[in-house]
Design a protein around this ligand. Structure first.
Ligand code: NAP
Length: 449
């Protein structure tokens, strides 16, 4: 990891000491602090009021037992988390992740990132994140429902449209959100639509929310291309993952004239030189909850399935990591550069390791960090909250237009801020600094809370 400014290295040492073993959280904090040297030089008031130290400590952390009964009648115990990180800009906002890898360090890294991402959207939302080490894969609908009901039976007391508003994330889609909202409604006897986002369209959801993160990443890349006088036309794109973010990234790339030639899941990847067949991918992943290998089998001779290898071996012009944290490492970045990749944009949260980010920068590859590039999901969640508050629902076209404008705005803000702080063209610096300043100014205004 790179050397931090001397005014920030003490803060980082304190984070390490206070949060032992939480390596992903350490990594996320380091990445932000790494950009803030020029900011603390220009604004000593942030250091004087201990704004950065306060930002690194969540406002509230909730850890709870989630007991439930599986289909065989056996009692299962999972652990639930909600980290309410920062509410200077609005109610805590951020998704719930259900995955066996979830522990406090993952939830804190995601919650920390979420503060700056939400600030960048320009919407009035604070940062938080939650989840459980429950694995929905291979579980029946009944098991998932019983787990979600037990999870919400504890979590509901911490939520509210003006307090804390969760959404989905890895392992939490419409099915899970439906069960969670149903239980919230039952316990509180309130149809409080604004308490969760990512809802189904028939029960208070917003058009484009399902598509928003994937579409948003592609809109962001489109801005990078336009800034260089280029477009998606004829571009070869590789996407990792085959979940919510990946599927709608594929959809928008194809709409804009590019071709996605590979995607993956945690077992392997598929190369489809004619372009990923989106209808088939949706059928396999969304309707049948199948594997990428099933897609390859159904696609026949067009597709080649490769088990247990890195999707980043596939040559491309643009790489969109949309699966999970630290999935694109130094070796993968070196392969991408060797194969002529020009743009990497993060659909997932922190999928690129710090040494890979450095290597890409040195090679002149445009790199869009997740807190800017994947902010379209949470931005559209905020649009869902707006619609819920006014009991309105907007058309797909209007909502997509709003999303595209928000992504253009984030892109512009990153570039202007990077320029202002002496790092022209550096989206990482631009995103970290612009997000930080927005939250830091609000924290200063609100006093020591
Ligand atoms: P999802 O629907 O659960 O899909 C995750 C996908 O990633 C699955 O296909 C999964 O495959 C794959 N995956 C997981 N670990 C992998 C690995 N080590 N190698 C290759 N593929 C792997 O989740 P999602 O909502 O798309 O979220 C994906 C990422 O985007 C996460 O980092 C999330 O935090 C971030 N994000 C999501 C949103 C949103 O609105 N959903 C917004 C902002 C950021 P398996 O089925 O094999 O596990």
């Amino acid at each position: 990891m790179s050397q931090l400014d001397h005014r920030l290295s003490g803060i980082y040492a304190e984070v390490l000491q206070r949060n032992p073993g939480e390596t992903e959280f350490h990594q996320a904090v380091h990445e932000v602090l790494d950009s803030l040297g020029p900011v603390v030089s220009k604004h000593p008031e942030y250091t004087d009021a201990a704004v950065i130290r306060r930002l690194c400590e969540p406002e509230r952390q909730i850890i709870f037992r989630v007991p439930w009964v599986d289909d065989s009648g056996a009692v299962q115990i999972n652990r639930g988390f909600r980290v309410e990180f920062n509410s200077a800009l609005g109610p805590y906002k951020g998704g719930l992740r259900f995955h066996p890898s979830v522990y406090l360090g993952i939830v804190k890294f995601l919650g920390f990132e979420q503060i700056f991402k939400n600030a960048l959207t320009g919407m009035p939302i604070g940062g938080g994140k939650g989840g459980s080490d429950f694995d929905p894969r291979g579980r029946s609908d009944g098991e998932v429902m019983r787990f979600c009901q037990s999870f919400m039976t504890e979590l509901y007391r911490h939520l509210g449209e003006h307090t804390d508003v969760p959404a989905g994330d890895t392992g939490v889609g419409r099915r899970e959100l439906g069960y969670l909202f149903g239980q919230y409604k039952r316990i509180t006897n309130r149809y409080e639509s604004g308490v969760l986002t990512g809802k189904g369209l028939s029960w208070g959801g917003s058009q484009v929310r399902r598509e928003a993160t994937g579409y948003g990443v592609v809109f962001f890349v489109d801005e990078i291309l336009r800034a260089g006088g280029d477009s998606f036309d004829g571009k070869r794109v590789v996407v990792s993952g085959a979940g919510n973010v990946a599927i709608y990234a594929v959809e928008k790339v194809h709409e804009l004239g590019g071709t996605v030639v590979a995607c993956s899941d945690s077992s392997g990847y598929v190369v489809d030189e004619k372009g990923i067949d989106l209808d088939l991918l949706k059928d396999v992943k969304e309707s049948r909850r199948g594997r990428i290998e099933d897609y390859a089998q159904a696609r026949g001779e067009h597709a080649q399935y490769v088990a247990g290898r890195s999707v980043w071996d596939v040559p491309c012009d643009i790489a969109l990591p949309c699966a999970t944290q630290n999935e694109l490492d130094h070796d993968a970045a070196a392969t991408l550069v060797r194969n002529g990749c020009r743009i990497v944009a993060e659909g997932a949260n922190m999928p690129t390791t710090p040494d890979a980010v450095r290597l890409l920068a040195e090679a002149g590859v445009a790199f869009a960090p997740g807190k800017a590039a994947n902010a379209g999901g949470v931005a559209t969640s905020a649009l869902e909250m707006q619609q819920n508050a006014s009991r309105d629902s907007w058309s797909f076209e209007l909502t997509e237009e709003r999303l595209a404008a928000i992504m253009r705005g984030i892109h512009e803000r990153c570039l202007v801020t990077a320029d202002e702080y002496g790092a022209p063209g550096n989206y990482v610096a631009g995103a970290n600094i612009a997000g930080f300043i927005q939250v830091a100014d609000a924290m200063l205004a609100l006093g020591l809370v």
